[in-house]
Ligand binder design. Structure first.
Ligand SMILES: Cc1ncc(COP(=O)(O)O)c(C=O)c1O
Length: 459
């Protein structure tokens, strides 16, 4: 594939931006090769500056669930832009989008719009600390919640990609207030609560990890709390378990946080509206104290949301003492793109999510079968339209196991796929995404390309 123009554009970009990029993982350091520069995109396809076409499996890192330049979203943005790009004052569109969000996320009674996922999680944590009067935050290894100081400890995504434990420039005093525990390990969490009695303000997690590659929460029968364990009729118990979803890990988090007076912050920046309309909260019947959203909720424009119980949210200024603000928060273009996207998803939810599930299963399993045929050890983790092919025999249930992947083999696979016009996320520690625009033919092309890639990867 000829990428002469992309190479020239990269060289120019390197004069102005560290690594030539405005977000590190875009630089392709983890997989080698030069990143194509995008000219435009449509549906499931990206077109680079040299006119090459790629089937897109990273969807701008998640937001583009309806494909690129989806006409209703484009029209909504254009319409809003004609009325001015920003006012810095309230508009009806903010509450219009909020109404849609609360319908999908019952745990969110009130919310604030911000401009990124980073801002959403950072603000949720400030609120949790203020509400509890405690300082320590628990996160899980390999989970990424944006790049605010306290959340970069053992973060996945770019931090994992570049093999660094956190970030320079984060003072020890701040890093010490974050405990990073292994994901899917309730015993480690119980031990942390015992070791820091009355000091843990909140647990924040990706309910389905995407930023260490895709790692689902452990599933298993959900235990009832001991006091209700005594004489529950088996049918009632079964109904209760059905209602409470199949993840004993997530349910255990909820039980432990309540027991120890800590808040549960579910970071659905990636999973929100992706794995289901109501995200992982819907999938696993979770009732967190605070939820953070981003990516899809902005339809490709910069939006983040944090929200939750009214009592907590009313602690924010101007009603309460917790300060949080933003010049472009609730920006009219972003609200318009979000409304068009979420509106479409709500209106077509049954068919959209069934389609995403079926197509994602076909491509994820199809590529896995090609790997098996070629004798390559691969572990495929998937929840709906997000998944990762880990180059390891597996299983992959936490970051430590994900880190055993053969990243060099992933890099070869990535390059071989890109050469055939398939653009996968450029790191082993990222999730792939599919949109409603991907066709059966795109998927067949992808599986055929994987066959070629695995054949050329044979030692
Ligand atoms: C789960 C999660 N939380 C937070 C963030 C940060 O969002 P943003 O990049 O919009 O700041 C990300 C970004 O990838 C994410 O995946």
């Amino acid at each position: 594939m000829n990428r002469t123009r992309s190479r020239a554009l990269q060289q120019r970009a390197e004069r102005y931006f560290p690594g030539g990029v405005n977000s590190p993982v875009r630089a392709f350091r983890a997989v080698g090769g030069a990143p194509p520069f995008i000219d435009h995109a449509e549906g499931a396809y990206l077109f680079d500056a040299d006119g090459n076409r790629y089937i897109d499996y990273f969807g701008s890192w998640g937001p583009m669930i309806l494909g690129h330049a989806f006409p209703p979203v484009v029209e909504a943005i254009a319409r809003a832009a004609r009325n001015s790009a920003s006012f810095g004052a309230s508009t009806a569109a903010e509450a219009d989008l909020a109404e849609r969000i609360v319908t999908c996320y019952p745990a969110i009674e009130k919310m604030r719009f911000v401009s990124s996922g980073t801002e959403a999680t950072m603000s949720a944590i400030r609120l949790a600390r203020a509400a509890t009067g405690r300082k320590i935050i628990v996160k899980f290894e390999g989970c990424y919640h944006g790049h605010s100081d306290g959340l970069l400890v053992k973060a996945g995504s770019g931090v994992a990609t570049f093999g660094i434990p956190g970030s320079a420039g984060v003072p020890e005093e701040i890093a010490h207030l974050t405990l990073a525990l292994p994901y899917n390990d309730l015993a480690a969490l119980e031990a942390a609560f015992d070791a820091h009695p009355g000091a843990i303000a909140a647990i924040i997690l990706e309910p389905i990890v995407g930023n260490a590659g895709c790692i689902p929460p452990h599933t298993g029968p959900v235990a009832m709390s001991p006091e209700s364990d005594l004489q529950i009729h088996p049918e009632t118990r079964k109904a209760w378990e059905d209602m409470h979803g199949p993840s004993d890990f997530l349910e255990g988090l909820r039980t432990l946080t309540r027991k120890h007076g800590a808040l549960l912050i579910v970071d659905e920046v990636m999973t929100g509206f992706r794995v289901a309309l109501g995200g992982a909260c819907q999938l696993y019947a979770l009732d967190p104290d605070l939820v953070t959203l981003g990516k899809i909720v902005g339809g490709g424009l910069p939006v983040g949301v944090f929200g939750g119980k009214r009592q907590l949210m009313d602690l924010l200024a101007p009603l309460g003492p917790v300060y949080q603000a933003g010049t472009l928060s609730g920006n009219p273009l972003a609200m318009a793109a979000g409304l068009a996207t979420i509106g479409y998803l709500q209106q077509h939810a049954a068919e959209v999510y069934a389609q995403l599930e079926a197509k994602s299963r076909t491509v994820a399993e199809g590529v896995a079968q090609e790997a098996a045929r070629a004798g390559i050890a691969l572990t495929t983790n998937r929840v709906g339209a997000m998944w990762t092919w880990f180059f390891t025999g597996g299983p992959v249930t936490n970051y430590e196991q994900a880190a055993k992947s053969d990243t060099a083999a992933f890099g070869r696979f990535h390059r071989a796929m890109l050469e055939q016009g398939i653009w996968l996320p450029p790191s082993q520690f990222e999730a792939a995404f599919l949109s409603t625009a991907h066709s059966d033919a795109d998927i067949a092309t992808t599986i055929a390309a994987a066959r070629v890639a695995f054949a050329s990867a044979q030692p």
